[in-house]
Ligand binder design. Sequence first.
Ligand SMILES: NC(=O)c1ccc[n+]([C@@H]2O[C@H](COP(=O)([O-])OP(=O)(O)OC[C@H]3O[C@@H](n4cnc5c(N)ncnc54)[C@H](O)[C@@H]3O)[C@@H](O)[C@H]2O)c1
Ligand SMILES: O=C(O)C[C@H](O)C(=O)O
Length: 329
Amino acid sequence: MAKTPMRVAVTGAAGQIGYALLFRIANGDMLGKDQPVILQLLEIPDEKAQKALKGVMMEIDDCAFPLLTEMTAHSDPLTAFKDVDVAVLVGARPRGPGMERKDLLEANAQIFTVQGKALDAVASRNVKVLVVGNPANTNAYIAMKSAPSLPAKNFTAMLRLDHNRALSQVAAKTGTAVKDIEKLTVWGNHSPTMYADYRFATVDGKNVKDLINDQEWNANTFLPTVGKRGAAIIEARGLSSAASAANAAIDHIHDWMLGTNGKWTTMGVPSDGSYGIPEGTVFGFPVTTENGEYTIVQGLEIDAFSQERINLTLKELTEEREGVKHLLP
Ligand SMILES: NC(=O)c1ccc[n+]([C@@H]2O[C@H](COP(=O)([O-])OP(=O)(O)OC[C@H]3O[C@@H](n4cnc5c(N)ncnc54)[C@H](O)[C@@H]3O)[C@@H](O)[C@H]2O)c1
Ligand SMILES: O=C(O)C[C@H](O)C(=O)O
């Protein structure tokens, strides 16, 4: 019997990540090749943005995706999020000329307060939310705090692009295939302070740290390369990463919904106090997923170098959280 269609909201749908994301959702890459989908697309109430969104929808129509049963355009989160099972929050205010980090935080805090409240009011009670728009961890925290009637654990931030970037760097360094690397993770904030950690990783059963055996490379090449990859792409392309970000969003929701079969991945999730991260802080953790639920991998040893890195990224997140405290409901 055919499955009931799932309702997926995407915000910032006419932006560059939206353009790389929507076609793949409609094609079944995110929720499975047997799962029909309804797309509910949100853009700002601006003539140009809404017109661009219509153009993207015309192209989606022209793909005649068999799994796409319905698609609607919205300028109001209260209609866009109605009954949604999945919400991918991509749309955010980019940093403009002369804008300080604080201004960016405040502008986005407003967007994610409104969107959190709208999810709280109209989304499915089990909606799974992924925040992509930057600053992703803090935006996810704001949306979560603005939606008190929804389970806090259903609000997540995207660390998967960092995870995938780290996988690719480790594969290149060890001369191995990405598919053979397991147990890698990225702790903390989606920002240059993130801590990509291959101490537990294995490739074909061998420990990656032993294979690399080069702490100087870890500290001075690997971590800065992964941490500053977003900036390197902006420098090279003149635009921020889009297809790789969309791909990571697909991976994140796919694995959350369909399970990792015991394998680790990385998700930004509200802490339950694990590893001393204060409860509620949206932090990148190693997780496994099963039956639509994630579980933070427990019992990992945190050595002095790792603790220092984790403290650094936590400090930044705590400051971001403090910076928007006055705007929260
Ligand atoms: N977490 C990650 O790994 C990661 C990676 C890459 C990019 N990003 C972030 O993703 C965001 C989007 O990137 P992009 O390249 O698609 O940007 P973009 O500027 O091309 O598109 C963003 C779109 O969002 C829309 N938008 C803005 N505010 C909105 C709102 N309140 N409601 C609905 N739509 C809204 C804009 O009109 C625009 O069309 C940025 O914040 C970027 O920094 C995050
Ligand atoms: O948009 C950015 O600042 C960079 C983006 O978050 C990325 O990691 O590619």
